[in-house]
Each structure stands twice: as C-alpha cells, then as structure tokens.
Design a protein around this ligand. Structure first.
Ligand code: UDX
Length: 433
C-alpha cells in the first residue's frame, strides 16, 4: 500500500521505517528540513536501537522516502499522523498546534476516499473534531493509538501487544478493512486487534499511560514509607509482584518517571477531564505527578545530607542523563533534573551518559560532561546513579572504589547490589531500602 506519515520524530520516523519494512511504500513528511535531509541520507536524528537498519533498508529498497512537501502524500491511501502533542506553555493541556497543522496539510492534498489514521496521543474528542474537517473533503478519519516505548520502538511497532482502531460509525467497515490491510502481516501472527469508537481509542492511550504512571508513583510512595519504617521496597515489590493481578513490571522505585510521554500525558488528561467536568475522576493523577517530582528532590537531599548540608564545591559524579536507558532522550528526565539541581546548589557536578550527553549539553551547557565513565568517577566525593544503563548496573564496586575520593553511592534506580557495595567499603543509599 501507499502510506504517508506526518511527523518524523520518535513516533513518526519509527512508524515510517517500520511500515516500509512491512512492505509498504511510505513517504515521511516533516516541516524540519534538517531532519528530512538526515533521514533521507539514512541517518536517524535520535538514538533508537534497530532503527538505523530498517531506515537504510527502506531507503535502499526505494519504498521509503522523506519530504517537507505535503504534495508528496497525494497518492497515499492512508495518512498517519505522528506529530507531537507537547505540554502547553501554561503547563496544562496538550498543545494541538502540530496535530491541527498536520491535518490541514493532509487535507490540502489527500485524495477523496483515503484514510487519516491518527497515532499521536490526543485529548479525547480530538478525532471527532478532526473527522468533521476530513469529511468535508471526502476523507475518512480513524484513531489508531501507538503504544511504543523508546528503546523498544521498532519492536513495539512491528510486533505490538495489541492494535486499537478507533473508527467512526459511518465508515466503520471500510476503515477496519483499510487498517487491516496496513497491518496484515502483524495480524497474521494473531496480534489482538480491538475495534472501538474514536473516543474509546483516544482514551485507551491516556488510560494506559496513566495506569503505568500510577504504578510507578504507587511504588515510589511505598519507597517513602519503607524508608521511614526500615523496610526494603525492592523486596516489597518482588513480594506483591508475585500476585499476577498486580505483576512485577513497572514496580521499580527510584527517581521516578520522565520522558516525552508519561509526565505530559497525565497532566493533559487531568486538564481534559476538568474540561469535561470530571476533574474529580482523575484527581489522583495530580498526586501521581507530585509523588513523582518529589523523588528527584529526595535524591538531591540525601546527597546534600552526606556533605552535612553543604554540597558547595564538592565533586559529585552523576551517572545518567537520559530519562531511561537505551535512549538519548532527555525530555523531562529525572536524571538530568537531579544533575541540574545539584549544580544549582553549587556542587561540582561531573555527569556521564552513554548516549544523551550531546542533547544535555545543548540544554545545560553549565554542567560538566565527562568523556568516559572512568573520568566521571575520578575524584568523586559522591556517586549518584540516576539512569539504569547496563554499564552502570555492571560497575564493579571494588574497582570503582579505587577511583573515587570518597566511596559514597546513591543508587537512584536501585540497580546496585547493596551487599556487594557495602562489602567493598561503600556507604550505600538506595531508594526506599
Ligand atoms: C511510555 C509507555 O510505556 C509507552 O507505552 C507509551 O507509548 C509512551 O510512554 P516511554 O516513555 O518510552 O514509554 O518509557 P517507559 O519505558 O514507559 O518508562 C517511562 C519512565 O518510567 C522512565 O523514566 C522509567 O525510568 C520510569 N520507570 C519505569 C520507573 O521509574 N519505574 C518502573 O518500574 C518503570
């Protein structure tokens, strides 16, 4: 099939390359000329495992191209919207500027009978609003939310847990048939496919992210209690996680969640619920947000305590800047926030991240960036681990102790073995243990 994907960020670039890998002919469209030039040359504008390969393969096959010109989508049968819905400047709802611009751009060139499939995370009610604009041009519109995780984006796109089609009553059968044709090779594997109305599909996405965020803040709340009660939250998570109704996943306490999705999605959902007169239904999301943001300051406070309340001039190694491992994404990153807060208190912060340093340097040139993990550790008076990269997880406590000036470690992701680190002479502080 001929497809277009509007927006070539984390979501759109992966979707475009993944759809080409399924055999479709795809044009990716973005207003950012630099991004389009890079993608056309086979370069990924961000770090995402496996994306390089399918991007290059798509370009080599002649089935994948990129353009800044909406006219290039004219003969596509399906147009995916994969642009961002960032937090508005007032900090409340989602900024719909890009979704609206993408829809208008598509409708300027789309052929009648083609289908717009929205993938972006949007406030419930968006699809109904855009459907009216599309219908005026004889174009159909469905919402087909994307659940990909950064770091697993390619796998999650070509092998998703489920597909959700939010379709309009009037064009239901036709829309389902079109999307089934797009995803035929995925459906062949027995991937669950749920057909809902548009509002349900929009809500599925924000509900899923709200649930995940709530799970993390729940365990972080337990970490707060564990700390004052003398309990170990990692053992608590293991024990409650054995109950299949609860499950062990997303119960890792630490500095909390960040990234381009969970934080802004729960805020946008709370704002949308207010608009719908049902703010009270998701009032708990405010607490989820508050618990999450408290975790960052909690780590900073523990570090400051270790210097008897005065961190000024002390050398602190911050390991991790990305919001999670296998990503160079620093959007709303708890790790970067911890580094910036410590620097703000006058600490001599030396940070290291395997992938995210270029992005962090652009945003925070005041921080010092080590060219290697070893250099970050050298002479450190405190080590703070805030992103669970494999190479931090695998640090040898004995060898690491020999590099630092003072063996004090703050395990912001509970990834180190307290017994081994203490045995190597470290003062170890985990999160809720
Ligand atoms: C998330 C959703 O998982 C995905 O389905 C959706 O499409 C987009 O948002 P992503 O932002 O890539 O994906 O990251 P995710 O793996 O969900 O992690 C989010 C944050 O939560 C990270 O900062 C991570 O470190 C943190 N986290 C995760 C925890 O603090 N504890 C956990 O147990 C799990």
């Amino acid at each position: 099939m001929k497809l277009s994907v509007i927006g070539c960020g984390y979501l759109g670039a992966v979707h475009a390359a993944a759809m080409a890998s399924l055999g479709h002919t795809v044009v990716g469209i973005d207003v950012d000329q630099e991004k389009i030039d890079k993608l056309s040359a086979g370069q990924t504008p961000f770090f995402e495992p496996g994306l390089d390969e399918i991007l290059q393969a798509g370009i080599d096959s002649g089935r994948l191209s990129f353009s800044t010109d909406y006219a290039s989508l004219a003969d596509a049968e399906v147009h995916f919207i994969g642009v961002g819905t960032p937090q508005r400047r007032d900090g409340q709802g989602a900024d719909m500027t890009y979704v609206d611009a993408a829809t208008n751009g598509i409708l300027s060139y789309a052929k009648p009978g083609s289908l717009i499939a929205g993938k972006s995370t949007v406030p419930v009610g968006t699809a109904a609003r855009l459907s009216e604009l599309a219908a005026a041009k004889g174009v159909r519109l469905a919402w087909n939310p994307e659940f990909l995780r950064e770091g697993f984006a390619v796998k999650d796109t070509v092998d998703p847990d489920r597909l959700v089609y939010g379709v309009a009553d009037a064009t239901r059968d036709e829309d389902v048939a079109t999307l089934d044709a797009v995803y035929a090779s995925i459906l062949e594997r027995g991937t669950p496919r749920l057909v809902t109305n548009q509002a349900t599909a929009e809500l599925v996405k924000v509900a899923a992210n709200s649930f995940l965020a709530t799970k993390i803040s729940f365990i972080n709340a337990m970490a707060e209690i564990s700390e004052v009660a003398g309990a170990d939250v990692t053992q608590l998570a293991d024990a409650i996680g054995h109950d299949v109704r609860i499950g062990r996943k997303f119960l890792n306490a630490g500095v909390g969640f960040g990234g381009g999705c969970l934080p802004k999605d729960i805020r946008a959902f709370a704002a949308r619920a207010e608009e719908l007169g049902k703010g009270e239904s998701v009032a708990f999301l405010k607490q989820v947000d508050e618990i999450n943001l408290r975790r960052r300051q909690h780590v900073v406070d523990r570090v400051v305590d270790s210097f008897d309340g005065q961190v000024f001039g002390h050398r602190v190694a911050v390991l991790g800047l990305a919001f999670k491992p296998d990503s160079d994404d620093i959007r709303d990153s708890p790790a970067l926030d911890v580094a910036v807060r410590l620097k703000g208190l006058g600490a001599e912060v030396v940070s290291f991240d395997p992938e995210a340093m270029d992005n962090a340097r652009r945003l925070h040139p005041q921080l010092a960036y080590a060219d290697s993990l070893e250099h970050a550790l050298e002479g450190a008076e405190a080590v703070v681990v805030v992103t669970e990269w494999k190479q931090f997880r695998e640090l040898d406590p004995v060898a690491t102790a020999a590099k630092v000036a003072r063996p004090i470690v703050f395990d912001g992701r509970n990834i180190l073995d307290p017994v081994a680190w203490k045995a190597a002479g470290w003062t170890y502080t985990g999160m809720g243990r």
